[in-house]
Design a protein around this ligand. Structure first.
Ligand SMILES: Nc1ncnc2c1ncn2[C@@H]1O[C@H](COP(=O)(O)OP(=O)(O)O)[C@@H](O)[C@H]1O
Ligand SMILES: [Mg+2]
Length: 290
């Protein structure tokens, strides 16, 4: 876990960087994209999302609107406790929203029954901070578990995955640089390698969007950058947009096309990484670190 001090340093550093970036904005404006879904309709659209834990608790998401377009890499930034993870959990309904709509290519996810939800969850590839691998299982089996939404529990128990799934898993493992590790147990891998398994498991779902929650928080800086690069490159190759919570501002600025800043459950900023200036950072991080 990052300490408050290094977190503050990261914010300050990114602030300096962003001022430099902001200086270049005027030149880039004409050639850049202009907003969410510049390539067409939004893949994910969130309208008026409100959420809280428990019936009487404070709202931890307050009227959030958000769009992710077909070729977007959107970073959600904000201090710890801002509501970033809750937002992702609402999208796949691990947390039930109190109000609002979440549309995935036109399907209103908030209106689905629990049975329908299972079928639709496979449309969203999840990548987690703690990887969430089955440590005693092989790399291959962990990746194939990404097909559970298609194959069904009975067949998967007997490892009766279709040949095409196994070939796809081998192919993806090659692409994420783990071709040699197919039979290794997950607990024999380094953190960076485990996250690569997590990425492969999300991709083999053939998802329509990647929902990523702090993918680099458990990794050292060099590996963190490699993992972000891999997520970005794979998403571009496969044409899958990314919504990524990330509290490391420098990584957000480096990898995201658009940034959404959240604070106290409210959206404080939305724009290109290059537009995230001192004022915007103050509004997101308030008195916390600046
Ligand atoms: N399972 C939970 N039960 C109750 N409160 C929670 C739970 N998870 C998160 N919260 C609270 O919701 C708020 C938002 O948390 P979270 O979405 O985890 O923020 P972030 O990911 O930005 O750090 C925080 O105030 C946090 O304490
Ligand atoms: Mg979080």
């Amino acid at each position: 876990m990052r300490t408050t001090t290094s977190y503050a340093t990261s914010v300050r550093h990114a602030l300096t960087e962003s001022v430099g970036l902001a200086g270049r904005t005027a030149i880039e404006v004409g050639s850049g994209r202009t907003g969410p879904g510049a390539a067409g309709d939004a893949v994910l659209r969130i309208d008026g999302l409100c959420a809280r834990y428990g019936k009487a608790g404070d709202f931890v998401l307050k009227n959030i609107d958000l769009e992710v377009g077909a070729d977007d890499f959107v970073a959600i930034i904000g201090p710890s406790g801002a509501g970033k993870s809750t937002l992702i959990r609402c999208i796949n309904r691990l947390v039930e929203p109190v109000a609002g709509e979440i549309l995935l290519k036109g399907t209103n996810l908030t209106a689905l029954s629990q049975r329908q939800l299972r079928r639709h969850r496979r449309r969203m590839g999840m990548i987690f901070q703690e990887f969430n691998l089955v440590e005693r299982m092989s790399v291959m089996d962990n990746v194939l578990s990404g097909r559970l939404g298609y194959v069904g529990v009975a067949r998967s128990l007997f490892k009766l995955f279709p040949r095409a799934d196994i070939e796809a898993a081998l192919d993806i493992l090659e692409k994420v640089g783990l071709g040699e590790f197919v039979d290794k147990r997950a607990d024999q891998l380094s953190g960076g390698q485990r996250q690569r398994v997590g990425i492969a498991r999300a991709l083999i779902q053939d998802p329509e969007i990647l929902l990523v929650d702090e993918p680099t928080s458990s990794l050292d800086p060099k590996i963190a950058r490699d993992v972000m690069t891999l997520i970005r490159d794979m998403s571009r190759d496969l044409g899958v947009p990314v919504l990524c919570n990330i509290h490391d501002l420098q990584l957000a600025l480096e990898f995201a096309d658009r940034v959404v800043g959240v604070q106290g459950g409210e959206k404080m900023f939305e724009g290109r990484a290059s537009e995230l200036d001192r004022r915007a950072l103050h509004s997101i991080y308030a008195g916390e670190v600046l």
